[in-house]
Design a protein around this ligand. Structure first.
Ligand SMILES: *[C@@H]1O[C@H](CO)[C@@H](O)[C@H](O)[C@H]1NC(C)=O
Length: 180
């Protein structure tokens, strides 16, 4: 009986530090004046922290949804923003260090979707995800949906086909960058 309790206590001592060992992830927002998050998506466990480090221009990290990549996630009243929003973080051209940082703590294993709220940035593919599924609602589909919110191309079917190819290329590059 006592021995069982003792070994149970040891088991607790050994598992507790492991369970609370959260990881920190760093994501650069808009590196080299590009409209991207680097990396474009991450895998994270509950309790992990994500530090967003903002670079030049004036970006946000704003939670949205897979269905509406470029629309802030609102509460049931359709007005209140209930989700994560870093707000705008303008960074002047002369800034070289002490970049603004905003941190997020992951509270779920469900996929989380984000975009930049600055005018036009999301429609140019500035989106980010935490734990996007490998099948179904993938990051590539999310980014394609963001790009699709841009004004439709003019010039008929040929122009449209060219545009789609550019989209595929961009999403393939995003997936590659995430492997780093
Ligand atoms: C950043 O962008 C927001 C939204 O467009 C704007 O209201 C704000 O004035 C900008 N800040 C700076 C310093 O440019």
């Amino acid at each position: 009986m006592f021995a069982t309790m003792l070994s149970a206590m040891f088991a607790l001592l050994f598992t507790l530090p492991l369970a609370s060992a959260w990881q920190q992830h760093r994501v650069t927002v808009g590196p080299n004046a590009q409209l991207i998050y680097d990396p474009p998506f991450i895998s994270a466990d509950i309790g992990d922290k994500v530090i967003f480090s903002f670079r030049q221009k004036n970006h946000t990290v704003t939670q949205s949804s897979f269905q509406s990549p470029c629309t802030p996630l609102l509460g049931p009243d359709g007005v209140t923003v209930i989700a994560f929003n870093s707000g705008f973080n303008p960074v002047g051209a002369d800034v070289v260090d002490n970049f603004p940082e905003v941190s997020l703590t992951v509270l779920t294993t469900d996929p989380l979707w984000f975009h930049c709220e600055q005018t036009g940035h999301c429609a140019q593919g500035m989106v980010f995800a935490i734990n996007p599924p490998a099948d179904g609602n993938t990051f590539d589909k999310f980014k394609a949906a963001a790009l699709a919110t841009a004004a439709p191309p003019t010039g008929g079917s040929h122009a449209r086909a060219e545009n789609n190819r550019a989209t595929r290329y961009a999403t393939a590059r995003a997936a590659f960058a995430a492997k780093d």
